[in-house]
Design a protein around this ligand. Structure first.
Ligand code: PEP
Ligand code: MG
Length: 888
C-alpha cells in the first residue's frame, strides 16, 4: 500500500480539491460540499475521507492504512488556519463535526458526532471566545452524550436519566432552565458514568476523539439500520461511506442564530415555491429529529399553515434574502430541486449541505415538467428525472370525495396517498401483522431509523411529533407510504394499548384511515378511488413514449384488466394465461371434469362445455384490444391448483360429469404430484391430451375470425408453454396449424396467426436455435426460467430467500429483479441463437421481471422487442423502457 494515494480531500476557505463529479469517491455530501465551496458559497471549511478508504478500512480489518493519520492531521491544521483556530487549543479551540456521506443518501442511518474537540480545558476557551459560558458547557455536555453513545457505546439513556434526575432534584422543567454551573455539574456526572461503565475516563485528547469518531462513522456503514436501508434501496455494501470532517458552526448561539432545512421546491407537491423549516437557537439535528416543531421558512407557508411563530423571512429578512440567492444559484447550477441544510451563526449564513432533493412521484413529475418549461432541462432529461418505481405512488388510491368520513385529527401532509389499516404502535408488531396479511397503520410519537422495517410493513404512518422533514416524513416519502406527521393532539397510551385524541379513544387493532395529501386522520375505513392519470403524468409519459424503443404490453386475461392496461398505455397483451380464465366458480367444475376424465370421450364432453366459454372470452379480449397484438398461451396449469380438494368439490364434479364420486376421488388422488411445478403441466399436457389444446386453438381462431369480420383484423399469437425441446413444439405446432386451417376453411376467411413459445426452461434457452425453426416468437417466461435455473421453487422460496439476502448471498430477490449473471445469460443466449435461425423472430419477456425497472434495463440491452407486465405496472415499464433507451 503506498502513501501517495489521496484519501483526504479539502474544501472551503476559497478552494476545493474535489467537485460534484467525484460523488462516488467523496459520497454525495462530500462531493456537494466540495462543489458548493468551489461555487464560492459560504461553506464551513473541512475535508472528506474517501469511500475508497472505507473499503480499504474494512479490507484492512478496520485499521487505518499508513499515511492516513498524517493526512488527517494536515487537513485539520488547514481547517484551523482557515478559521483562525487551533484544534485542541485551550484558548482558541477549533471544534469539528464528523459525519457520514455515502454515494446514495441514507438519511439518519449512519452516525454523526458534533462539537468534537471539546474537553475539560477547551470548553473554557469556547466559553471565553463565545462570551457565553452556558453555551460552551451545554455544547460540551451534548458532545459527551453524543460521542459516548456513537463512539464509546454508552447508551444515550444513561445521560438522559442523569439529566432528568438533575432537573427533578433542582426543580427545573426545561433544558433552558439550566445555567452554566448546572451544566458543569451534569458534565461531571456524565463523565463519571462513562468512566464507571468503561473503566476508563472520557477521552480528553482531541486527536484520539477524532480518530474514534472517524472509526465510528466508518463502522456505522455496517450497522443494522444501514444494512436494512441498503437492502430496501438496493445499495451495494461495496460502495462504502465517506467521512466528512468540518469546522463547527453554531445555530445555538442565541437568538440571532438558527438552523434549518429547505427545499428549493415543494418536495410533496412539486410547487415552485421555497419550502423549509427552521429553529432559532438550535443545532441541526434538532430540526431533523422532530423533537421541537419547527417554524416555516416563508411568510406564505406560515400563513397557509395558520402558524403564529414568525417565518425566517419575517424574523431575519436580511439572511433570508441571502439564502434565497443561494437557492437560486444552487438550483441553476445543479438544474434540479435541492435539499439544503443551513445554519445561521450570530447572523452569518453557512451552507452545510445541498443535494438533489427526494420527492414524491407527484412532485417529481411536476418539477420535471416545470423545469422543462423553464428551459432548465430537456424533455429527455425530464424523462430521466422521474424514478419509474415511484410512479407506483400515483397509482395509489385517494379518498373517495363522496365517502362518509369521521375525522379524528389532523397533522402535516407528509407523504401522499390514502391508506386504511389496523392501528399498531410498534414496528415489530407492524411487521409481524403485515406478514400475516393484515393492513396496518403504524402510529408513533415519532419514528427513528429503528422503525424502518415497521414503516416498510405498514400501509401508512402517523406520528404525533415532527415536521415535514422529520425522519418519518423523509423515509415515508422515499418508500411511497402515505404518512401524516406532527398530529400534535394525538396521545399514545404508555402501555401501547390505544391512543386518544380530542377525548376519543382508538384501541390497537381498530381501523383508521389516513390521507397523506391533507394530513387528515379518520376513524374507520374510508372508501378510496383511483387517481386521475392526466396532467404532468400524461406529459412525462408522452415524452417517455417518444424516447422508448421497446413496446410495452400487459399480462391480462379479463376484459377489465385489459381495459385497465389500455388506460395505462399498454400496446398489446403479452401473456393471456388461459388457465386463469377458469378460476370462475362455474367454470372450474368443467375444468375439473376435463382434468379428471378417465377417457378421451369424457374429456371431450367437458371440453365441449368449455369451448363456448373460451370463445366468448377471447372475443371480448380481442374486441377490447382492437387491433393490438394478443398473445394467448395454451393451458399451463400446475395441476395442483385445479384439483378438487374437499368432498364437496368432488361431489360438484360428480354431478356435472355423471361420474362416480369415489372413482373421482381416486382419480384426483392418482393425479397428485410430488413436484407439480416440474410435473404434468405446460406443453406436456398438450402432448398427453391433444384435445385440450385443439379446443383452445379452435376457440382462439373462431373468436379471431368473428372479431376480424366485424372490425380491425386480429392476428392471434398462439403460445406454447414450458417447451424444453424442439420436438415438443414441432408436434404441437403441427396440431395447432391443422386446427387453425380447419377453422379458417370452415369460416371461409383468411387470417394471419403466429405460433411461438415461451422460453422458460434452461434447455429451451440453450437450444433456442433449433426451437426457432418452428417458433415465430419467443416470450421469456422468466418466472419459471428463474425457478429452473436456480432450482429454486417459486412457491417455497419465500420462506428462506430472506436469509440469502440477509447473508448477502443474493443482493435481491431473483423473482423480482432478474438475475442478470445467470438467468440473464440464458436470455442473451436464447435471443442470440433464436435470431441466428430466424433473424426477424419477435422477442418479449412476460415474467414478473417485465415490470421491474432494472430488469427492463437489462432486456433493453439484449434488444428484446417488448416487455409485458401486470396492468398496474405498465406506466412504470413505459418510463423504465424510455430511460433504458436513453441510457444506451
Ligand atoms: C413465467 O414462467 O415467467 C410465466 C410468465 O409463466 P407463469 O408465471 O404463468 O408460469
Ligand atoms: Mg411459466
Amino acid at each position: 500500500m503506498t502513501t501517495e494515494q489521496k484519501w483526504v480531500y479539502n474544501f472551503g476557505g476559497g478552494s476545493s480539491d474535489g467537485d460534484a463529479s467525484l460523488k462516488n469517491l467523496l459520497g454525495g455530501k462530500g462531493a456537494n460540499l466540495a462543489e458548493m465551496a468551489s461555487l464560492g458559497l459560504p461553506v464551513p471549511p473541512g475535508f472528506t475521507i474517501t469511500t475508497d478508504l472505507c473499503t480499504l478500512y474494512y479490507q484492512n480489518d478496520r485499521k487505518w492504512p499508513n499515511g492516513l493519520e498524517q493526512m488527517v492531521d494536515n487537513a485539520v491544521a488547514r481547517i484551523g488556519e482557515v478559521v483562525g483556530k487551533v484544534f485542541g487549543d485551550t484558548g482558541n479551540p477549533l471544534l469539528v463535526s464528523v459525519r457520514s456521506g455515502a454515494r446514495a443518501s441514507m438519511p439518519g442511518m449512519m452516525d454523526t458526532v458534533l462539537n468534537l474537540g471539546l474537553n475539560d480545558e477547551t470548553v473554557a476557551g469556547l466559553a471565553t471566545l463565545s462570551g457565553d459560558e452556558r453555551f460552551a458547557y451545554d455544547s460540551y455536555r451534548r458532545f459527551i452524550q453524543m460521542y459516548s453513545d456513537v463512539v464509546l457505546g454508552v447508551g444515550h439513556h444513561t445521560f438522559e436519566d442523569l439529566l432528568d434526575t438533575y432537573k427533578e432534584e433542582n426543580d427545573f422543567f426545561l433544558d433552558t432552565d439550566l445555567k452554566a454551573a448546572d451544566w458543569k455539574q451534569v458534565i461531571a456526572s456524565y463523565k463519571q458514568a462513562v468512566e464507571q461503565e468503561l473503566g476508563r475516563p472520557f477521552p480528553q485528547d482531541v486527536r484520539e476523539q477524532l480518530r474514534g469518531a472517524i472509526d465510528a462513522v466508518f463502522g456505522s456503514w455496517r450497522n443494522d439500520r444501514a444494512n436494512t436501508y441498503r437492502r430496501l434501496h438496493n445499495i451495494p455494501e461495496s460502495w462504502g461511506t465517506a467521512v466528512n470532517v468540518q469546522a463547527m458552526v453554531f445555530g445555538n448561539m442565541g437568538e440571532s442564530s438558527a438552523t434549518g432545512v429547505a427545499f428549493t421546491r415543494d418536495p410533496s407537491t412539486g410547487e415552485n415555491a421555497y419550502y423549509g423549516e427552521f429553529l432559532i437557537n438550535a443545532q441541526g439535528e434538532d430540526v431533523v429529529a422532530g423533537i421541537r416543531t419547527p417554524q416555516a421558512l416563508t411568510k406564505r407557508a406560515r400563513e397557509a399553515m395558520g402558524d403564529d411563530a414568525a417565518s425566517l423571512e419575517e424574523a431575519m429578512p436580511e439572511t433570508y434574502k441571502e439564502l434565497e440567492a443561494v437557492f437560486q444559484k444552487l438550483e441553476k447550477h445543479y438544474r434540479d430541486m435541492q435539499d439544503i441544510e443551513f445554519t445561521i451563526q450570530q447572523g452569518k449564513l453557512w451552507m452545510l449541505q445541498t443535494r438533489n432533493g427526494k420527492r414524491t412521484a407527484k412532485a417529481a413529475l411536476k418539477i420535471a415538467v416545470d423545469m422543462c418549461d423553464e428551459k432548465l432541462i430537456t424533455e429527455e432529461e425530464a424523462v430521466m428525472r422521474v424514478e419509474p418505481g415511484s410512479l407506483d405512488q400515483l397509482l395509489h388510491p385517494s379518498l373517495d370525495p363522496d365517502a362518509p368520513r369521521d375525522q379524528l385529527t389532523k397533522g402535516l401532509p407528509a407523504s401522499p396517498g390514502a391508506a386504511s389499516g389496523e392501528v399498531v404502535f410498534n414496528s415489530d408488531e407492524a411487521e409481524r401483522l403485515a406478514q400475516e396479511g393484515h393492513k396496518v397503520i403504524l402510529v408513533r410519537v415519532e419514528t427513528s431509523p429503528e422503525d424502518i422495517h415497521g414503516m416498510h410493513a405498514a400501509t401508512g404512518i402517523v406520528t404525533a411529533r415532527g415536521g415535514m422533514t422529520s425522519h418519518a416524513a423523509v423515509v415515508a416519502r422515499g418508500m411511497g407510504r402515505p404518512c401524516v406527521c406532527g398530529a400534535g393532539e394525538l396521545r399514545i397510551e404508555k402501555d401501547g394499548s390505544s391512543f386518544s385524541v380530542a377525548g376519543r379513544q382508538v384501541a390497537k387493532g381498530e381501523k383508521i384511515t389516513i390521507d397523506g395529501n391533507t394530513g387528515q386522520v379518520f376513524f374507520g375505513e374510508v372508501k378510496t378511488v383511483q387517481p386521475e392519470l392526466s396532467g404532468d403524468f400524461a406529459k412525462v409519459m408522452t415524452w417517455a413514449d417518444k424516447c422508448r424503443r421497446m413496446k410495452v404490453r400487459a399480462n391480462a386475461e379479463t376484459p377489465l384488466d385489459a381495459r385497465t392496461a389500455l388506460d395505462f398505455g399498454a400496446e398489446g397483451i403479452g401473456l393471456c394465461r388461459t388457465e386463469h380464465m377458469f378460476f370462475d366458480a362455474e367454470r372450474i367444475i368443467a375444468v375439473r371434469e376435463m382434468i379428471l376424465a378417465e377417457s378421451k370421450s369424457g374429456r371431450e364432453a367437458a371440453l365441449t362445455k368449455l369451448l363456448p366459454m373460451q370463445r366468448g372470452d377471447f372475443k371480448e379480449l380481442f374486441e377490447v384490444m382492437s387491433g393490438f397484438p394478443v398473445t394467448v398461451r395454451l393451458l399451463d396449469p400446475p395441476l395442483h391448483e385445479f384439483l378438487p380438494h374437499s368432498d364437496n368439490e368432488i361431489e360438484e364434479v360428480a354431478k356435472a360429469s355423471g361420474m362416480d364420486a369415489e372413482k373421482l376421488k381416486a382419480r384426483a388422488h392418482s393425479l397428485k404430484e410430488f413436484n407439480p411445478m416440474l410435473g404434468h403441466r405446460g406443453c406436456r399436457l398438450g402432448v398427453s391430451y391433444p384435445e385440450i389444446y385443439e379446443m383452445q386453438v379452435r376457440a382462439i381462431m373462431e373468436a379471431a375470425c368473428d372479431v376480424s369480420a366485424g372490425g380491425d383484423p386480429v392476428t392471434p399469437e398462439i403460445m406454447i408453454p414450458l417447451v424444453a425441446q424442439k420436438k415438443e413444439l414441432s408436434l404441437l405446432k403441427e396440431r395447432v396449424d391443422a386446427i387453425a386451417k380447419a377453422v379458417l376453411a370452415e369460416k371461409g376467411q383468411e387470417l394471419d396467426y403466429m405460433v411461438g413459445t415461451m422460453i422458460e426452461l434452461p434447455r429451451a434457452a440453450l437450444t433456442a436455435d433449433k426451437i426457432a425453426e418452428d417458433a415465430e416468437f419467443f416470450s421469456f417466461g422468466t418466472n419459471d426460467l428463474t425457478q429452473t435455473t436456480f432450482g429454486l421453487s417459486r412457491d417455497d422460496a419465500g420462506t428462506f430467500l430472506p436469509d440469502y439476502i440477509r447473508h448477502g448471498i443474493l443482493e435481491r430477490d431473483p423473482f423480482v429483479t432478474l438475475d442478470q449473471e445467470g438467468v440473464g445469460e440464458l436470455v442473451e443466449i436464447a435471443a442470440e441463437r433464436g435470431r441466428k435461425t430466424r433473424p426477424d423472430i419477435k422477442l418479449g419477456i412476460c415474467g414478473e421481471h417485465g415490470g421491474d425497472p432494472d430488469s427492463i434495463h437489462f432486456v433493453e440491452k439484449v434488444g428484446l422487442d417488448y416487455v409485458s407486465c401486470s396492468p398496474y405496472r405498465v406506466p412504470i415499464a413505459r418510463l423504465a423502457a424510455a430511460q433504458s433507451a436513453l441510457a444506451k
